[in-house]
Ligand binder design. Sequence first.
Ligand SMILES: *Cc1c(COP(=O)(O)O)cnc(C)c1O
Length: 224
Amino acid sequence: MSGLSNVTGRIAAAVDKAGRAAADVELIAVSKVQPISRVEAILDEGHRVFGENRVQEAQGKWPALRERYDGITLHLIGPLQTNKIKPAFDVFDVIQTLDRDRLARKIATEAQERGRCPDLYVQVNTGEEAQKAGIAPDEADAFIVKCREEYELPVIGVMAIPPADEPPVPHFDLLADIAHRNGLTGISMGMSADFETAIAYGATSVRVGSALFGARDPSAITSV
Ligand SMILES: *Cc1c(COP(=O)(O)O)cnc(C)c1O
């Protein structure tokens, strides 16, 4: 069985167990650092939704793939520096890592110039980890309101990466609460180790890399 059919089967089972509809949960195939042959294999199986965590790596990979495969949706799931907003607009359909005021303002300016904007998710640092990106949970509501009302940004969801060394459920719960009380339908949470749990707690997008493609080769990271 391929990695893709294995993961989609596990997602279907988790969706079913949670009493949810299959169409409510989307698989984002996290292709960062993976050899292109593995990415092509999943494209050839028909998958079209992918996530990358670096603008530059995505720029080097996806324009050529988009020429060969129709209907690709690409999500940015890693931190975005303000000086990378233009290339991010060029290559990504969705930016999941909106997490600070200055970034929101600059995205709004770029959106105005282009007359379009990628769909946006606000990243929440649910574990309040110093080294991790994301807005603090107690600032999330005000930030979401400001992004939507003042900057008129198309914020459609929230995203989080729970601390690696803690049970994820309280973080999934917190993120789902923030989404619900702000009327946001998108909830991006759950990775290879915990996507089935995330689905039970309301995830609408799961971001799965290694369970799909196999382990990433860390030495490849330095080349980007
Ligand atoms: C790499 C990455 C993933 C996928 O991680 P796996 O454990 O390989 O599934 C998901 N989300 C983000 C933000 C990532 O950077």
